[in-house]
Design a protein around this ligand. Structure first.
Ligand code: ZN
Length: 258
């Protein structure tokens, strides 16, 4: 292979794959990761162990589905290509066979609004796609249906897929969806979870849209339901701050009498 391009992104994909393994999201050689580049995307190779994977093993594919190099792209490249083509808000895609999300997918159960964090995937629930064989065009199609208005979905009798604006956010969403799947599983084992109403979830979605943003980052006229606390002026000098932190002399504990 000639000198690989996008070396920083390739390293990022390799690091993410090892982190997925450490987080318990994937076992063996299951799962795959991709990231958008100009004219196509980078994707993990087929049948390669994450431990020995190197940045140059990451496969470059173009938007027509052709690949470069001697290694085959992941057999699930069609799902990655479909997301990156259909969703302009997707820069990185993570697909895993994490235990709880996969267990729910085998029951064909979507994750409903049992917890407000479900909104992290973009809507009031996390759907489960219809079943289609792995690696197929049909799977890419059924997945896109389940992803409508969402950034994550379960894949029937298979696992979970999600995307984000970069690799870190895509991995974070994968861990959040797996945590939700586990919590939903546990709640179902103990009884019948009480679901949040559509109105409850709309409020959460509005709050998430403003989450972590400074007032100047929000669109004009946006009423922030999660207004941040008032910002206090910084102390005049470091010396003042140190003086303020120091306890008064008469507050020091007296030495014990013998
Ligand atoms: Zn898979």
């Amino acid at each position: 292979m000639s000198r690989p391009t996008h070396i920083a992104l390739r390293r990022g994909i390799v690091t993410l794959c090892r982190n997925m393994r450490a987080l318990g999201l994937n076992h063996g050689m299951a799962g795959n990761v991709s990231a958008r580049v100009a004219g196509g995307f980078l994707i993990t190779p087929s049948a390669r162990a994450y431990e020995s994977m190197q940045p140059e093993d990451i496969v470059l594919m173009d938007n027509s589905g052709r690949y470069e190099g001697s290694l085959l792209p992941s057999s699930e490249w069609r799902m990655h290509a479909a997301i990156l083509r259909a969703r302009k808000d997707a820069e990185a895609v993570v697909h895993v066979h994490s235990p709880y999300a996969t267990a729910l997918s085998c029951l064909r159960l979507p994750i409903p609004s049992f917890h407000y964090m479900v909104a992290k995937a973009g809507g009031t629930n996390i759907r489960c796609s219809a079943y289609a064989p792995f690696g197929s065009d049909e799977l890419a199609r059924t997945m896109l249906v389940a992803l409508k208005g969402r950034r994550a979905c379960l894949l029937a009798n298979h696992g979970m897929i999600c995307f984000g604006p970069d690799l870190d956010h895509a991995l974070l969403l994968a861990t959040e969806v797996e945590a939700l799947a586990m919590q939903y599983w546990l709640a179902r084992c103990a009884g019948r979870p009480v679901l949040l109403s559509a109105a409850d979830m709309q409020l959460v979605l509005a709050r998430f849209s403003a989450y972590g943003k400074a007032p100047q980052e929000l669109p004009e006229g946006f009423v922030n339901p999660l207004a941040p606390p008032q910002r206090r002026a910084a102390p005049a000098s470091k010396r003042d701050a140190t003086r303020r932190r120091r306890a008064p002399v008469n507050a020091r504990p007296r030495p014990k009498r013998r």
